[in-house]
Design a binder for this molecule. Structure first.
Ligand code: NI
Length: 183
């Protein structure tokens, strides 16, 4: 089932996602629906707060990137903790399904070490770099109540203010299902 993606301005995007237990009701169906929703919207990642669930869960599929250096990763991350970020700071133009048509350069460190559980609640500690690390950092932020526009300069953010307000009001054209906080 395709779920509506929550637009910028909804308070659920600003809450820190809570820990997920193995007995979280309907978890398997939620993950299935998140995959369907992400692919329908042509996204490479989707976090649970973006479908209105304030929990520490996100999915990524970097297969869409045409980049030989990034091995394609299709994966579910539950109860993630970033243990370490390292490497060089690099800029990449990020977008977000909750903030349609806005893309901005965001600086982040190139490598990370993350502890997470998969959908079977097995725990892993793993290192990522390149675009996979970038997508994980972006989606992890969502589970902390952060969004990529929080990483741009105050000046840039002021320039984006009206566009962001229009998105919250639904004054934006999108070809996937969305839910807007201001009506
Ligand atoms: Ni996003």
């Amino acid at each position: 089932m395709i779920l509506p993606i929550v637009a910028y301005g909804d308070p659920v995007l600003r809450k820190k996602g809570s820990k997920v237990d193995a007995d979280y009701p309907g978890l398997e169906a939620l993950i299935f629906n998140m995959w369907e929703t992400m692919y329908e919207a042509h996204g490479v990642g989707l976090a649970a707060p973006q479908v209105g669930r304030s929990i520490n869960l996100f999915i990524i599929d970097t297969g869409a990137f045409d980049d030989e250096k990034t091995s394609a990763r299709k994966q579910v991350f539950i109860n993630s903790e970033i243990l370490e970020e390292s490497g060089e700071e690099w800029e990449y133009e990020e977008g977000c399904l909750s903030i349609p048509h806005i893309r901005e350069n965001v600086k982040r460190l190139s490598k990370l070490k993350i502890r997470y559980q998969n959908e079977k609640f097995e725990t892993f500690e793993e290192e990522f770099d390149g675009l996979a690390a970038r997508v994980i950092q972006h989606e992890f932020d969502h589970c902390q109540g952060l969004m990529f526009v929080d990483h741009v300069s105050q000046l840039k953010k002021r320039l984006l203010k009206n566009k962001l307000l229009n998105i919250s009001k639904g004054a934006v054209r999108v070809d996937y299902k969305m839910r807007f906080p201001i009506r």
